[in-house]
Each structure stands twice: as structure tokens, then as C-alpha cells.
Design a protein around this ligand. Structure first.
Ligand code: ATP
Ligand code: MN
Length: 466
């Protein structure tokens, strides 16, 4: 099959391509004819935001008769001379000598005619929405970030560990899990007194993972520095613009690292990712600034340049209670910070990313290390303007007696977590880690308001299309 050059490469190497013949393949964004006997096709092949202008001759060419069938959405090949473009806003164009139509798109039924569509409308056509500028740009940024995540850790000696997607431990006892079973819900369960899981696939309750952390700890206490990066599932029945039932989480876990080291890694990580987006996705960021969120560039440059504000949970509560903001949820020591509180701190008070440390013990899961005050744990949340919480992490409890005490207080069966407590019996070591939600990160760097637009196929309550 004939392979053309990607349009992004053509633009990048335009000096060497000028005056040469190139072949490009892609989808037609727009087509218009001029009176002067020439026509213009804007072609996009998904490699870049910017399309290539194809100049066609309306008469006298082999393809001239074909032009009528080349409508918005059609897939075509065009071959021709790469030339300087007299049109404003574009450097080069392609003067078509040959055109091939792979597949047309009937203008009467093609749902993506050139105009602005609402995100809600586009969600219903998630099989076509990546062809729009905004969703295409979001997909490219997501891809670049995913690679950058691996780069950051691999360049720093972390090993990539694949933690299980099906798990028998539900990580935090949070209960927001999806059950994995082969039992038929229409059939009555086992007779009373019998173990209902006896005939189930794993012969015990099993779930989709809510986090790979506990398993990552196993490998951190063997390989030193590891990270997981994969899909994560939470059956939270909340329809917010920041929660999905299936999302991707990055979770580094590091032996011989305390909470301060954890914070240092998290900060370096965010800055690294922001710098990659600023340098490698500059066109996309500029586009998002124009059409989605006017503050996005300023926010990113600010995050790349300034160091994070670091405060304790107790200081955060003080700031919030002293503020005159009319919050919907009251602020009180011992209660979770709500999204409105997080955003107030990071957007209004500090105007940059904020790390909040040392949360009340009662609010956090059993595995977080208890501080000397015995009231708080060595937890860390990182908040960013526009998105709120993007990272949650902690130093893990490495002292066996304290861990067992925490499990007892939180009603977690030490028998079920024998493997986890054994890590503290044999060669226990201080260690810490954090989880970053990939979609929250993409929201932060693009300014896209709803999380449903930064993942190709969003899963939310009542929605699992495609
Ligand atoms: P939140 O308070 O925002 O619901 P959380 O405290 O439950 O988040 P953690 O358990 O700390 O989240 O998970 C680590 C990170 O994973 C979060 O900081 C966030 O970036 C991301 N995350 C958590 N839940 C979701 C979700 N349902 N959809 C998308 N990302 C999520
Ligand atoms: Mn959290």
C-alpha cells in the first residue's frame, strides 16, 4: 500500500520538501472552490493540529471529475508539488497532480460538518469525535504524556511493574469496587449456610483494582524504585467532571523514601510533564488557550517555573476557616476538604500548585504512616489550579505493630493481608509513593473542563458505550 508522508513531518521539514513531490493521506476537513478555476482542500491526517492545504485544478486534470465526491470527512490521497503558499496563515501547500478517493462521506448524513459541536453531542459519536480539532489534540497530548511518564521514571532508575487488574484485596476497604464474578445474577445463590463463592471463578470475592499500590509496595521492597501505570476502576456513583469509573493511574513506589522525598519526586514529576507539554505540544496548548481555556498557557508556565506551595492540613483548615468565601460545605478539622476548598486554596490563595501534608488519621486509609502526634498520618495531596486534586500519596506504615493497630482500628482483617504485614516482618524499610490520575493531568494541561473528553471512551454511571 502506498505510504505518504505524515503532515506533521512535512511541516517540520518544510525547507527540504519545498519544490519536491510529496504524497499525503488523510481526511478532508473542508473543501471550497474559487472562481479562478482552482479549489482548496484542507487535509488533516491526525499527525498535527494544523492541516495541509491541497490546491486542486477544477478542470483539465485526471482527478477534476472526482472533486465533486470529495466532501468533508472523505479519506483521500493527494500527490503533488510542495510549494510556498500565498495564503495567509500557512507556509506551504501541495499543488495536486494526482488524487485518490479511498472513502467518501455523504454530506447529508456525516455528523461532523465543519462547525463547532458541543462536547455533549460529540460524546454520542465517540467513534468520530477524535476527528475534531479539540478531541484530536487532547488525544495527542494524552499520548505524549503517557510516553513522558515512562521517560521520567525510566530515566531515573524506576522499574515498570504490572500490578493485577483483578484483585482479591480492595486496597483501602473503600467499598467502591466492581465485583468480578462468573456467577449468574439470575440464578439463586448457594443454599443458606453454604459459601456463596465456592462455585465462583476465583472461589472467593474478586474485584477490579482501585489501585496497584499495595502490590507495588511488594516490588518497591525488592527492586527499590518501581512504578505502575494502568487502568484503575472505581464504582463511585458520582457524576462529576473529575471522576470516571475507569481511569488510568500512575503509581510510583520508592523504598528508603520518606514523605519529603515523596513530595520532591512528585514535584519534579509534574514539572517534567508540564515542560514536555510546553515544548512538544505547543500548538495544542495554543489551540486550547484560544478555544477552551484562556488561562491554560499561563497556568502551565507558572507550574513549570514556581515551586509548589507546601502546607499542612491543619494550616489549610486555618486558612479556609479564616477566609470569607461562601463555601457550600463547612470546613472543620477532621473533615475531608471538598473540591471547592481545594480549588480555593490552589487558585485564589496561592495561584499555583499546592501540596497539603499530614491529614487526620481518621480520614485516610490504614497503610499511611502514623505521625508522632498520633492524630495525623504522613499523607500528601497535590492540588493544581483548574483541576483540584491531581495526586494523592503518602509514606507507608513500615512498623508492624503500628500497622496492625491501624488495621484493627479500621476493621481490616490481618488474616486477609498476611502478605502485606509480612513485608513488615521481613526486611521492612521506610517507603512512600503516590498516585497521579492521568485524566486529571490531561485536564490540567489542556483546560478541558470535563473528564469525559480526555479519555477516548469514558465510563461513568449509566454509560459504557463502545
Ligand atoms: P478524589 O478525592 O478527587 O475523589 P481520591 O482521593 O479518591 O480522589 P486517590 O485515591 O488519592 O483519589 O487516587 C489518586 C489519584 O487518582 C487522585 O489524586 C486523582 O488524580 C485520581 N483519581 C481518583 N479517583 C478518580 C476517578 N474516579 N476518576 C479519575 N481520576 C481519579
Ligand atoms: Mn486522594
Amino acid at each position: 500500500m502506498e505510504k505518504g508522508i505524515r503532515i506533521a513531518d512535512l511541516f517540520r521539514e518544510e525547507q527540504t520538501w519545498l519544490g519536491k513531490t510529496a504524497v499525503v493521506q488523510g481526511w478532508v476537513k473542508t473543501r471550497r472552490d474559487s472562481r479562478a478555476g482552482v479549489g482548496f482542500i484542507e487535509l488533516n491526517d491526525g499527525s498535527s493540529l494544523k492541516g495541509l492545504q491541497i490546491v486542486t485544478e477544477l478542470e483539465g486534470r485526471d482527478y477534476s471529475g472526482l472533486l465533486g465526491q470529495i466532501t468533508t470527512g472523505s479519506a483521500i490521497l493527494a500527490e503533488g508539488l510542495v510549494s510556498l503558499s500565498p495564503g495567509k496563515g500557512q507556509s506551504i501547500e501541495l499543488r495536486a497532480e494526482r488524487i485518490h478517493l479511498y472513502g467518501g462521506a455523504d454530506p447529508a448524513t456525516y455528523p461532523l460538518q465543519k462547525k463547532r459541536h458541543s462536547f455533549e453531542y460529540l460524546r454520542q459519536i465517540a467513534h468520530l469525535r477524535p476527528r475534531t480539532n479539540t478531541l484530536g489534540a487532547a488525544a495527542r497530548v494524552r499520548s505524549r504524556l503517557s510516553f513522558a511518564i515512562h521517560q521520567f521514571f525510566q530515566e531515573r532508575g524506576f522499574h515498570y511493574v504490572h500490578t493485577p487488574i483483578i484483585t482479591a484485596s480492595d486496597c483501602e476497604g473503600a467499598g467502591e469496587t466492581f465485583r468480578v464474578t462468573t456467577l449468574d445474577p439470575a440464578r439463586p445463590l448457594a443454599a443458606s449456610g453454604e459459601d456463596p463463592y465456592k462455585s465462583d471463578f476465583f472461589a472467593k470475592p474478586a474485584f477490579l483494582t482501585v489501585s496497584g499500590q499495595l502490590q507495588a509496595e511488594i516490588y518497591a521492597l525488592a527492586l527499590g524504585k518501581v512504578y505502575t501505570f494502568g487502568p484503575t476502576f472505581r464504582a463511585e456513583n458520582s457524576n462529576t467532571s473529575r471522576h470516571l469509573a475507569e481511569f488510568w493511574m500512575v503509581e510510583p513506589e520508592m523504598a528508603f523514601h520518606d514523605l519529603n522525598d515523596d513530595l520532591d519526586v512528585a514535584q519534579a514529576f509534574i514539572k517534567y510533564l508540564v515542560a514536555v507539554v510546553l515544548s512538544d505540544c505547543a500548538r495544542e496548548v495554543e489551540f486550547f488557550g484560544r478555544f477552551v481555556d484562556p488561562d491554560v498557557l499561563k497556568r502551565l508556565e507558572n507550574a513549570a517555573a514556581s515551586s509548589f506551595e507546601v502546607i499542612t492540613y491543619t494550616e489549610a483548615v486555618d486558612i479556609l476557616t479564616r477566609s470569607q468565601e461562601p463555601f457550600v460545605y463547612p470546613v472543620e478539622w477532621g473533615h475531608d476538604l471538598q473540591a471547592e476548598h481545594e480549588r480555593y486554596l490552589t487558585e485564589k490563595v496561592f495561584g499555583r500548585p499546592v501540596a497539603i501534608l499530614n491529614f487526620p488519621r481518621v480520614l485516610k486509609p490504614f497503610y499511611m504512616r502514623v505521625n508522632d502526634d498520633e492524630k495525623t498520618v504522613a499523607a500528601m495531596d497535590i492540588l493544581v489550579p483548574g483541576t483540584g486534586e491531581i495526586i494523592g500519596g503518602s509514606q507507608r506504615e513500615e512498623r508492624l505493630d503500628m500497622l496492625l493497630e491501624q488495621m484493627r482500628l479500621k476493621g481490616i482483617s490481618a488474616d486477609d493481608y498476611r502478605w502485606y504485614t509480612e513485608l513488615r516482618e521481613f526486611g521492612s524499610a521506610p517507603h512512600s509513593g503516590f498516585g497521579l490520575g492521568l485524566e486529571r493531568l490531561v485536564q490540567f494541561v489542556t483546560g478541558i473542563p470535563n473528564i469525559r473528553e480526555v479519555i477516548p471512551f469514558p465510563r461513568t454511571p449509566g454509560h459504557a458505550e463502545f
